[in-house]
Design a binder for this molecule. Structure first.
Ligand code: HEC
Ligand code: HEC
Length: 178
C-alpha cells in the first residue's frame, strides 16, 4: 500500500493519455477498483440535446474516433435517418465534451473494455455494435428486444437497464420489460 501510491503518481505522469480531465483521480479509482462502471453524464447541454430523442448515452461507451464521426456537422444532418443538427457553438461544445470523456480517455472499467474490444481501424457509430457490448448481450433473442414493443431497439439501453441514467449497467440492475 505504502509503495503503491507513489508508484501510481509516477505512472500517471508517464502514461501517454494527454487529455484526461483528472488523471490522478481516474488512475486512483482504476487502481482501487471504485470505477467499475462508466462515468455518468452531468453536462446539462449534452443531456438536453443528446437526450431529446433517446437515452443520453454515456460518452465512455465509444472511442473518440466514433464520437467525432457522429458529431461531424454533415453527419448530424442525417443521424440514423433523423436530423440532429445543432447550432455550431453547441455542436462544437458537445463534440469537445464527448472527446474528453470518451472510452479512450477514461479509466472506468467498462470504458477500458469498450476500447480494447474495438479493432484499431474501426469506428463503430453504434454502442450496441461495440464488440464488448454485443458480447454481453449474446444471450438475448429478438423476442427480448426487436419484437418487444417495450424495447424495439438495442439502442434503448434504459428500457432494460434500470439505472442506465446513472451509467450503471451491472446485471443485477437489469430487467427486460414484458
Ligand atoms: C432528432 C432525434 C435525435 C437527436 C436530437 C439525437 N439522436 Fe442519436 N439517434 C437518433 C435515432 C433515431 C437513433 C437510432 C436509434 C435506434 O436505432 O433505435 C440514434 C442513435 C444514436 C446512437 C447509436 C445508439 C446505438 O448504440 O445503437 C448514438 C451513439 C447517438 N444516437 C448519439 C447521439 C448524440 C451524441 C446526440 C447529440 C448530439 C444525439 N444522438 C441526438 C435520434 C436522435
Ligand atoms: C432488451 C434489454 C436490453 C437492452 C435494450 C440493453 N441491454 Fe444491456 N444487458 C441486458 C441483459 C439482460 C444483460 C445481462 C446479461 C447477462 O446476464 O450476462 C445486459 C448486460 C449488459 C452489460 C454487462 C453487465 C455486466 O454486469 O457485466 C452492459 C455493459 C450492458 N448490458 C450495456 C448496455 C448498453 C450500453 C445498452 C444500450 C446501448 C444496453 N445494454 C441495452 C439487457 C439489455
Amino acid at each position: 500500500m505504502r509503495h503503491l501510491l507513489p508508484a501510481a503518481l509516477l505512472l500517471s505522469l508517464l502514461v501517454p493519455v494527454p487529455a484526461l480531465a483528472n488523471p490522478l483521480g481516474d488512475l486512483f479509482h482504476a487502481l482501487f477498483g471504485r470505477h467499475k462502471e462508466v462515468a455518468p453524464v452531468t453536462d446539462p447541454l449534452y443531456l438536453e440535446e443528446c437526450g431529446a430523442c433517446h437515452f443520453a448515452f454515456p460518452p465512455g461507451l465509444l472511442p473518440s474516433r466514433s464520437w467525432s464521426a457522429l458529431m461531424d456537422a454533415a453527419a448530424l444532418e442525417d443521424h440514423f435517418g433523423d436530423d440532429a443538427t445543432l447550432p455550431e457553438e453547441d455542436r462544437a461544445a458537445i463534440a469537445r465534451l464527448l472527446d474528453t470523456a470518451s472510452a479512450d480517455r477514461s479509466w472506468y472499467k467498462r470504458s477500458i473494455k469498450v476500447r480494447r474490444s474495438i479493432p484499431a481501424g474501426e469506428a463503430p457509430l453504434r454502442i450496441s455494435e461495440v464488440p464488448y457490448i454485443k458480447k454481453r448481450h449474446h444471450e438475448l433473442t429478438e423476442a427480448d428486444w426487436k419484437d418487444n414493443p417495450k424495447v424495439n431497439s438495442m439502442a434503448n439501453c434504459n428500457a432494460c437497464h434500470r439505472r442506465a441514467e446513472r451509467a450503471v449497467f451491472d446485471d443485477d440492475t437489469v430487467k427486460i420489460p414484458r
